[in-house]
Design a protein around this ligand. Structure first.
Ligand SMILES: [Fe+2]
Length: 480
């Protein structure tokens, strides 16, 4: 059964923008659908909700549309008792509501210049619309939709996708939250940083399991930076000062030119979980940029961090000239899996490449975040045409390709009910098909990764290509 909950006519036209056409094109309907047709069988021990965030713009941009500008929309599929229900909803951010009221776009986009005549926006330089379109985490009973450039966390009911408002941690949140906040499943704590163009250029924060902001510290940086992710271990947090940031000469002129500085080192701040700036131990490594961390843990005197290291942080124009080509080049996200070892006793850093293949969008068994893990599930980039399962212990790689014309989404690991080991469960992904403009959900058995899906759930509408995804186990959502 399919129910159209709401339709919002789209006032944006694609023009020549590849991020508004084909599998990237936004959808206009919010729907709820069950009794979906399935190829194969949905496992009875797969219980929970797979949510994925991404941009879904409504209004014609004031200037040029950048893929990162679109209003956040979450697509989700809930699995229980071998059945599935799909729904999609825009995140009702303050910016979304204001533009609905105005009937047009208010804020400029990432490829435009800041406009001082519009209401103050959000982000590390405060001039963009906070779309909450980037990441999703689950903390204290709710999903939180987060934004890549530091925004307000929007609380969502994970089963219905209803936006419940801004999560401000009982009024204690005075700044913002970066996209990649971390939840330690052992303690229930939420750890995050934010970054800004004015001092303090970064803060580090810890929120308790029940939503109280229990620790905050400014972190000294030499200037405004653009870190994307962080890592946690049982006792430490790792923050990043990487040599890719807005040109500091141009920033005062309101020009935001992302620039790579290959003569600067990569710097990693390791600090105790409840530590402040004076407790930070800085490690210097070879220059690089990292979008996403797989996992990190403690091993004797060392902190181990696995992450996807960008192959060429200075992208050449993919094809043609101009800002559109520059955007495409940056968005290729080509990276390889590396391991960093930070020795807390000697201060020495070791860096080791794990694989030649270009993969990104890493996921792992989140129940073990910050503890030693053996497996990572990554997507091939830039095409997102398949997934790989890395086994760090055996040094092996298993692969599943989606097939011609099919593009996946970030694919979180979903532990099966009463799981017995780290990879005892499933890997779940939306897959969009360019051949018939449709979407489905594929469910892979993580232990038998290359065998292909155990089930393919057909969706009644296309899920546009998007950003990060989340698995919320049913044990957190339904009384057992
Ligand atoms: Fe990200």
């Amino acid at each position: 059964m399919l129910r159209v909950e709401r339709e919002i006519p789209l006032r944006i036209t694609s023009g020549n923008n590849p991020f508004l056409t084909g599998l990237f094109a936004p959808v206009s309907r919010e729907i709820t659908a069950d009794e979906l047709s399935v190829i194969g069988e949905i496992p009875e021990d797969l219980e929970g909700v797979y949510l994925r965030n991404g941009p879904n713009p409504i209004f014609a941009p004031r200037g040029r549309y950048h893929w990162f500008d679109g209003d956040g929309m979450v697509h989700a599929i809930a699995f229980r008792d071998g059945k599935a229900t799909y729904r999609n909803r825009w995140v009702r951010t303050n910016g979304f509501m204001a533009e609905q009221e105005a009937g047009q776009a208010i804020w400029p986009g990432l490829m435009d210049r800041p406009d001082p005549s519009v209401p103050k926006g959000s982000g590390s330089d405060g001039w963009l619309k906070d779309t909450a379109n980037t990441d999703l985490i689950f903390h204290n009973g709710y999903a939180l939709a987060l934004w890549y450039q530091c925004g307000l966390p929007y609380r969502l009911e994970a089963r219905t996708l209803e936006t419940l408002g801004v999560e401000n941690f009982r009024g204690a949140l005075k700044r913002t939250v970066s996209a990649h906040a971390k939840v330690d499943e052992h303690t229930g704590e939420l750890l995050f940083f934010d970054y800004a163009t004015n001092p303090p250029f970064m803060t580090y924060n810890v929120v308790s399991a029940n939503g109280e902001l229990i620790h905050q510290s400014p972190i000294d940086l030499p200037g405004p930076r653009l870190p994307h992710d962080m890592a946690i271990t049982e006792h430490y947090s790792i923050l990043m000062d990487l040599p890719l940031f807005w040109d500091p000469q141009l920033l005062p002129k309101n020009i935001h030119k992302v620039t790579y500085y290959p003569n600067l080192p990569s710097r990693f701040a390791v600090l105790p979980r409840y530590g402040s700036n004076d407790k930070v131990k800085w490690f210097e490594a070879t220059p690089c940029f990292i979008y996403h961390v797989v996992n990190s843990w403690e091993d004797g005197d060392e902190i181990i961090m696995d992450a996807c290291r960008v192959v060429e942080p200075r992208p050449q124009n993919a094809s043609g000239e101009g800002e559109l080509a520059r955007m495409q080049a940056f968005l290729r996200l080509e990276a390889q899996l590396w391991r960093w070892r930070f020795n807390l006793q000697t201060g020495v850093v070791k860096e080791e490449q794990f694989d030649e293949a270009k993969t990104e969008w890493p996921t792992m068994n989140k129940l073990r975040l910050g503890r030693k893990t053996r497996y990572s599930y990554n997507a091939y980039v830039p095409k997102f045409n398949g997934l790989v399962k890395y086994d760090f212990e055996k040094g092996t790689v298993a692969e599943y390709l989606f097939g011609p014309g099919r593009i996946g989404s970030e694919a979180p690991f979903a532990p099966r009910l009463n799981a017995k080991g780290e990879d005892d469960g499933y890997v779940v992904s939306f897959v969009a098909n360019v051949n018939n403009n449709s979407s489905e959900v594929v469910i892979l058995d993580a232990k038998n990764f290359s065998a292909g899906p155990v089930a393919r759930v057909q969706l009644p509408q296309r899920v546009p290509v998007g950003f990060h995804a989340l698995w919320v186990p049913g044990t957190k959502l339904w009384a057992q």
